[in-house]
Design a protein around this ligand. Structure first.
Ligand SMILES: [Fe+2]
Length: 388
C-alpha cells in the first residue's frame, strides 16, 4: 500500500486489448479489496487465472480456543513450539479472537503448493531466517526482523533459504499504515517513523508459461479448499496498482523518543480491524534528568496486549526469553517487575527488539500456548519478603 507500483509490460490503458506475441490476449485480472472501493492492482497473465481443474475440501481446522480464565496476565515460552511442516502447515495458533489469530510458524522446507488467505490480510514477522515469497506479482525476499504485509487474496508460496521462524498474524481485514503517519494524499508524513523508501515491493520475475496442474490452498478461517488450476499462478507479464505484498524491516524503524517515557502508540507500525501493532527497537531512553527508562505500571483496561520478545535484554521484564509471548490482559495491571525500576535508572539506551499487538476484543488461548505457559508469571510482580 505505501505507494503506486508498476512493473513489467502494461497496455496504455486499463481494460483494453493487450496481445501476446502469438496474437492471443493476455488475461487481465483485477485484485481489488473491499469490493471495488479500496486498494487494487491490475495483473496481466499469459493465460486466465480462472482455469480450474478441481476443487476439493481442505480440512484445515481451527484449534479450539479457551477463554483466559481465570483472567490473568500470562507468559508463554513459545520457543518450545516446534510443529513440523512448511510455512503454512507449521503454523501453530497460540492466541486468537474474532479479529485476529496469532500463530508461530517454524520451517525449513518449501511448501509444494501455493496458498491464499481469502479472509483478511496477513502480517508476518520474521524472527529468524531468510527466504523468498513467490507471488504472481514477483518475488519478495525476506530476512530477519522483516514485517511482511500480505493483502487478502494474494497467492503465494514461501521458499526458505534458511530455517525460518515467523510470528503470524492472520487478521480479518486490511493491515494498514496508521492514518496519523500519512498526509491527506496518503504519503508518509515528515514525522512518521518510516518512509516510502523503507518498504520493499515484490520484484517481478519472468512469467512462468507452464501449463499443467498447480495446487493452491485457499483459506478463509472456516472456509477452506484445495484448488487445482491449469495455469501457473506466476505467469504475470506486468502489473500496477496499490495492492501488493511488501516488506518492512524493523531495523529501519526510526523510533520516536522523548524527554519522558513514550507510550506504545509512539511505536505504532500497522493497524488492522481490532488490532494495533507496535515495534520496540534499539533506541535512546528518555532524557529528562530524573527520567525512569522502564514503563510505568499500566492498566489497558479495554484491550489485551501481546508482546513477542525477539532479542536483546528485556530490562523491565524478568523471566522472559527469546520467543516468549506475554499476554497482559485487560483487567490486570502490569508494569516493571520489582527492582527493575531502580536498575534502569541512569541507563541511556536499550538494545531490545520486541513486537506487540494490542487487541480490542478479548483474546482466547490455544492448547499449544497453555502447554508452554509459565503458570507463575502472574505472581512475578511480588516483592521478595523482607529479610529478618
Ligand atoms: Fe504494557
Amino acid at each position: 500500500m505505501p505507494s503506486y507500483v508498476r512493473a513489467g509490460a502494461l497496455p496504455p490503458k486499463r481494460h483494453i486489448q493487450f496481445r501476446r506475441p502469438d496474437g492471443g490476449l493476455y488475461a487481465e485480472e483485477l485484485l481489488s479489496t473491499q469490493g471495488f472501493e479500496s486498494l487494487y492492482s491490475l495483473l496481466y497473465h499469459l493465460r486466465p487465472p480462472t482455469a480450474t481443474i478441481d476443487v476439493r475440501a481442505w480440512d484445515r481446522r481451527q484449534p479450539a480456543l479457551s477463554p483466559n480464565e481465570p483472567l490473568r496476565n500470562r507468559h508463554f515460552k513459545t520457543a518450545q513450539i516446534a510443529t513440523p511442516g512448511d510455512a503454512i502447515s507449521s503454523r501453530t495458533p497460540v492466541l486468537g479472537n474474532a479479529d485476529i489469530t496469532i500463530a508461530i510458524a517454524q520451517f525449513t522446507q518449501a511448501a509444494p503448493y501455493f496458498y491464499r488467505n481469502v479472509r483478511g490480510d496477513e502480517l508476518l514477522f520474521v524472527h529468524r531466517g531468510s527466504g523468498t515469497l513467490e507471488t504472481p506479482l514477483g518475488n519478495l525476499d525476506y530476512r530477519a526482523h522483516d514485517y511482511l504485509v500480505i493483502p487478502v487474496g494474494t497467492t503465494y508460496k514461501v521458499q526458505p533459504a534458511e530455517p525460518t521462524r515467523m510470528l503470524v498474524y492472520e487478521t480479518s481485514g486490511p493491515v494498514q499504515i496508521p492514518r496519523k503517519y500519512r498526509n491527506d494524499f496518503g504519503q508518509l508524513a515528515e514525522h512518521a517513523p518510516y518512509y516510502e523508501r523503507d518498504f520493499r515491493a515484490p520484484v517481478l520475475q519472468n512469467p512462468i508459461a507452464e501449463r499443467g496442474e498447480f495446487e493452491i490452498r485457499v483459506s478463509g478461517k472456516e472456509r477452506n479448499a484445495i484448488y487445482t488450476v491449469a495455469n501457473h499462478p506466476c505467469d504475470v507479464v506486468g502489473w500496477d496498482g496499490y495492492c501488493y505484498p511488501y516488506a518492512f524491516n524493523v531495523d529501519e524503524f526510526a523510533p520516536i523518543t522523548g524527554k519522558l517515557h513514550q507510550p506504545p502508540p509512539a511505536h505504532a507500525t500497522f493497524e488492522a480491524p481490532g488490532a494495533a501493532f507496535c515495534a520496540f527497537v534499539p533506541r535512546l531512553f528518555d532524557y529528562h534528568p530524573l527520567a525512569i527508562p522502564v514503563p510505568y505500571n499500566h492498566s489497558s483496561v479495554d484491550c489485551d496486549e501481546v508482546l513477542y520478545y525477539v532479542s536483546g535484554n528485556f530490562m523491565s521484564r524478568r523471566g522472559v526469553e527469546e520467543g516468549s509471548i506475554t499476554l497482559h490482559t485487560a483487567g490486570a495491571p502490569h508494569g516493571p517487575q520489582p527492582g527493575t525500576v531502580e536498575e534502569s535508572l541512569g541507563k541511556k539506551s536499550t538494545d531490545e527488539i520486541a513486537v506487540m499487538v494490542d487487541t480490542f476484543g478479548p483474546l482466547q488461548i490455544a492448547k499449544a500456548a497453555t502447554e508452554c505457559e509459565d503458570a507463575e508469571y502472574y505472581r512475578s510482580w511480588l516483592e521478595a519478603p523482607a529479610k529478618t
